[in-house]
Ligand binder design. Sequence first.
Ligand code: HEC
Length: 138
Amino acid sequence: MQKILYPTILSLAMTAGLPAGAEPLFEQIKVDAGQALFNGECRRCHATDSSDPSYGPPLENVLGRAAGSVPDYPYSVALEASGIVWTEAALRAWIEDNDGFMPGTKMRHVGITDRTVQDFILAYLGSITTRDGSEIAK
Ligand code: HEC
């Protein structure tokens, strides 16, 4: 339900245009929608707080982080040796087709191709990145 509802509300808001001063509210709506999507699609394998145990690497501060850099996490060779940085573009390619983007990764296939849904998840990942005030790489 949320998957269909949020993109619809957001595309309506985008088409209608935003009144002055609505930007922060709009951003918050995107983050909230992204959190709901993250909880549905990613949370079962990924903690957002590095002190929580999870099957996949924790994703706090992932935006702008070097791939495969959480200490002691047993990454695949493919991910560890990739040499990439998790920019918005790289994260978008990853959630669209992670094993196509990086053959050999051990993360099970995720195929989120809807750009609006990607935007929401990126907004949420961006919000958990800035929790400690670190800089965001675009
Ligand atoms: C079934 C479990 C599972 C699901 C669902 C999942 N992941 Fe992953 N994810 C993993 C595993 C395992 C890895 C480590 C992959 C490797 O080492 O090749 C990973 C790695 C990652 C990384 C690389 C992190 C780093 O430290 O380099 C990112 C980013 C990521 N996942 C994002 C997501 C997002 C966003 C979603 C939801 C759209 C998602 N994942 C869904 C299991 C999962």
